[in-house]
Design a protein around this ligand. Structure first.
Ligand code: COA
Length: 259
């Protein structure tokens, strides 16, 4: 697929998806969201890709939110469909079979903060700023922000950020557990790649199951402990398990196939 609003670049087993609307601070319009969806679907299918980095173009913004110019004259039903569409795409990223790291290179506001939170790990450059400023617009987050912010930083702090619309910087985000690492702007992608290179040496089957089990903790109607028992058992019938244990006993590095 030809993309207009994103760039994709593969280096070894890592795919970098860059949201590329720099003049609009990478705001998510409908078209960009659809391209992000397509790029993730393709990456999940692609056997050569073991991990994905999501970032924004330019040095100023990761994503400055949903594109506010698309909010005009939206009905209640269209508003619900708007939120549902974004949530479906972000859920797909979060529940997908491969690790996704957000490399947050500037403003991550509104839908941008929500998109970063849907990724499995966040690395931020020291100029990054996070916030949910929707209440300034007479709105609330619609792409999962009221839920994932609570999951990541706890109810009290999440309430404060959601109600005050205050932005926090990268160091504050680190203190709150919203990001895993803070780097210089130049070191941002390197840090994300370093993490994915480590993960890409592990069993892809096991990584997929880790995502599945951790996700179960947050999914209504699922018992995470039961999911873990089930997925643990299933690992024993995989080539990765046979290879991992054989390699250990033969004192060599495992060569995982993801089967
Ligand atoms: N939707 C649509 N366009 C956006 C946008 C968004 N969420 N965020 C920024 N832009 C556009 C601006 O309209 C401007 O476009 P223009 O040059 O055609 O006028 C361009 O991006 C640059 O933004 P600007 O506001 O001039 O940059 P700034 O450095 O003065 O301020 C921000 C940066 C991030 C503080 C400011 O752009 C902002 O508050 N954006 C909206 C954040 C938001 O409320 N997000 C949640 C949406 S639900």
């Amino acid at each position: 697929m030809e993309y207009k609003n994103i760039l994709t670049q593969r280096e070894a087993e890592i795919l970098t998806i860059t949201i590329n609307r720099e003049e609009k601070l990478n705001a998510l319009n409908k078209e960009t969201l659809a391209e992000i969806k397509a790029a993730f679907e393709a990456a999940f299918e692609d056997k050569e890709v073991k991990g994905i980095i999501l970032t924004g173009s330019g040095g100023k913004a990761f994503v400055a939110g949903a594109d506010i110019s698309e909010f005009k004259n939206i009905s209640v039903e269209e508003g619900k469909a708007f939120a549902k569409n974004g949530q479906d795409i972000f859920n797909m990223i979060e529940k997908g079979p491969k690790p996704v790291i957000a490399a947050v290179n500037g403003f991550a506001l509104g839908g941008g903060c929500e998109l970063a939170m849907a990724c499995h790990i966040r690395v931020a450059s020291d100029n990054a700023k996070f916030g949910q400023p929707e209440v300034n617009l007479g709105l609330i987050p619609g792409y999962g922000g009221t839920q994932r912010l609570v999951q990541l930083i706890g109810k009290g702090k999440a309430m404060e950020l959601l109600m005050t619309a205050e932005m926090i910087d990268a160091e504050q985000a680190l203190d709150l557990g919203l990001v895993n690492y803070v780097t210089t702007p130049e070191g941002l992608l390197e840090k994300a790649k370093e993490l994915l290179y480590i993960i890409s040496t592990k069993s892809p089957v096991a990584i997929k199951e880790i995502i599945r089990c951790v996700d179960a903790y947050y999914t209504d109607g699922e018992n995470g402990f039961e999911v873990e028992i089930n997925q643990f058992g299933n690992c024993f019938d995989t080539e990765d398990f046979r290879e991992g244990t054989t390699a250990f006993l033969e004192k060599r590095k495992a060569n995982f196939t993801g089967r």
